[in-house]
Design a protein. Structure first.
Length: 102
């Protein structure tokens, strides 16, 4: 018997460059439940190979799904623009922001 999911409150996303595929395949769930997401974002040259898996594509998908990024609850919002956000992350480093519905 298949159970219906009635609620999703939180997602931890740390998939080292496959963020786009995970989020793209979960669009309907994100739009329905609007869960809080904590994710690891590494500098674009470090993890994101480009093309469909580019840092910019992933950040745009987050934004287009209605999410905004913050450093941590109660903190200021991070840049919406992928290029500005990439400059915020040191080369070879990562941050663990929260994605929340705008």
């Amino acid at each position: 018997m298949r159970e219906e999911i009635e609620r999703i409150d939180f997602i931890k996303l740390d998939v080292d460059g496959s963020e786009y595929q995970v989020q793209d395949s979960g669009q309907s769930m994100l739009r329905c439940f609007h869960p809080l997401i904590i994710l690891e974002l590494a500098s674009s040259s470090y993890v994101f190979p480009g093309g469909e898996n580019s840092f910019e594509t992933f950040i745009n998908l987050l934004r287009d799904t209605g999410y905004r990024l913050i450093r941590s609850p109660g903190s200021a919002e991070l840049p919406h623009d992928a290029a500005a956000l990439a400059r915020y992350i040191a080369d070879g480093a990562s941050i663990d922001p929260w994605a929340m519905r705008a």
